[in-house]
Design a protein around this ligand. Structure first.
Ligand code: GDD
Ligand code: MN
Length: 391
């Protein structure tokens, strides 16, 4: 092996097309079939004299983005610098960027969108900035000379609010921590990669929040272009995912954020339970036992739905799986409730402290429910479990 590396090192200097790759441009894509060929063309134009490659990380887009990248890579002479990592059964902008960067060996890594909204002409300047001693270069919409382009007024407001909230987890001053356009040195990436949450959209913020010490950063202004082809994937969930990322950065070292979400949903469910109980028992004057049963049933369905929607958004159960999932959830939570009551009653007779027995029962039931549903209800998706079982 060593001798092979030695041979490579001693090989003649590569010609222009085969020069060593200095810069990997990582492009997360989801349904960007029309944009990908244009982006490759633009990179070709702007990165002359630089050894570069582009790695698209595509989450199995329905519009065939992955196969379009492969066709382009096959048809263009010397296009060994165009690759795609196709992920099946997965979604996520941040994790796509991380996996793209891990698939590359270049000393400099750039991340940019695949929809031409990020100005590729910034790339050579970013590279220069890194070679001149900076650790990370960020394309910013909010530094002097930058512009948000055709952003709607409320989106600007949201971005600015997001940037302010970012101060909770990033200690250094940044004009645009929500930017998805940046370049960093590989060693900086490797220093932080194991600490990343890699959840949601905000990979840059994640990197800054995960860095053990402030990063030497330069912010370069650019104008956010407008999307002409395809659709934005940002939806209302982005705000939620952002909140989760911030929480994870603040508390994730102590408690899993998923568990916190589960607790939040549970608390909400308790509220639902009491509203239904009030309605059935007080307002409709049904017998208590019946009222309590109805309230419990509805709260359970509601909790299941909310957890599926939010807590396990990344492995959301749909169709028939949603129905099966509910049964396993209901069975597990019923066992949780029984053991809660059993243990609490036992402790109560032993100790006589009603509140302590009550708390221990509830904690036990909750942890049981969380642990068991995370394994059985929202278990790893079939593709992933197949991969695991092949090991
Ligand atoms: N692999 C993968 N998986 N890629 C995705 C996913 C996903 O689940 N969701 C979106 N993408 C890709 C898109 O195809 C696009 O190339 C890029 O990520 C950005 O997605 P857009 O949907 O175009 O986002 P945007 O333009 O609204 O948001 C931009 O602005 C934000 C700042 O407000 C992005 O640059 C964000 O990164 C940036 O934070
Ligand atoms: Mn976009």
């Amino acid at each position: 092996m060593d001798s092979q590396i030695g041979n490579l090192a001693g090989a003649p200097t590569p010609d222009h097309d085969q020069r060593a790759i200095e810069l990997s441009v990582i492009v997360p894509t989801y349904n960007e079939a029309e944009n990908v060929p244009l982006l490759i063309g633009k990179l070709n134009d702007v990165l002359v004299g630089i050894g570069w490659e582009v790695i698209f990380v595509d989450d199995d887009s329905r519009d065939g983005t992955s196969s379009i990248v492969r066709k382009l890579a096959q048809s263009t002479v010397g296009a060994s610098n165009v690759r795609v990592v196709q992920r099946i059964g997965r979604r996520g902008l941040s994790s796509a960027c991380v996996e793209g960067a891990l698939a590359s060996s270049a000393p400099y890594i750039a991340v940019m969108d695949g929809d031409l909204q990020h100005d590729e002409r910034l790339l050579p300047r970013m590279l220069d900035a890194l070679k001149n001693g900076n650790e990370i270069a960020v394309g910013s919409r909010f530094v002097a000379g930058g512009d948000v382009g055709a952003f709607a007024a409320n989106r600007i407001k949201i971005s600015k609010m997001g940037a302010r909230l970012a101060r909770l987890v990033v200690k250094q001053e940044l004009s645009d921590p929500m930017s998805g356009f940046f370049m960093l040195r590989r060693d900086v990436f490797e220093r932080v990669v194991r600490r990343l949450s890699a959840k949601g959209f905000k990979i840059l913020l994640d990197i800054f929040a995960s860095a053990p010490a402030p990063l030497k950063v330069v912010e370069l202004p650019f104008t956010f272009g407008s999307r002409t082809k395809g659709e934005s994937k940002l939806d209302t969930m982005v705000a939620w995912e952002y909140a989760m990322l911030l929480l994870d950065k603040m508390l994730g070292a102590y408690v899993p954020v998923r568990f916190l979400m589960y607790l939040g949903v549970g608390t909400f469910g308790l509220g639902v339970h009491f509203i239904i109980l009030w309605f059935t028992y007080k307002s409709r004057a049904l017998p208590f036992e019946e009222s309590q049963s109805i309230a419990t049933g509805i709260a359970m369905i509601f909790n299941y739905w909310l957890n599926n929607q939010f807590t396990y958004r990344d492995q959301k159960l749909k169709g028939i799986r949603f129905v099966y999932g509910f049964f396993s959830f209901a069975v597990i939570c019923s066992i949780g409730a029984l053991s809660n009551i059993g243990v609490a009653s036992y402790l109560f007779t032993e100790n006589q402290s009603w509140w302590l027995a009550g708390i221990i029962g509830v904690v036990l039931g909750t942890v049981w429910n969380y642990a068991m549903t995370s394994v059985f209800t929202w278990r790893v998706k079939p593709v992933d479990s197949k991969v695991l079982s092949d090991e």
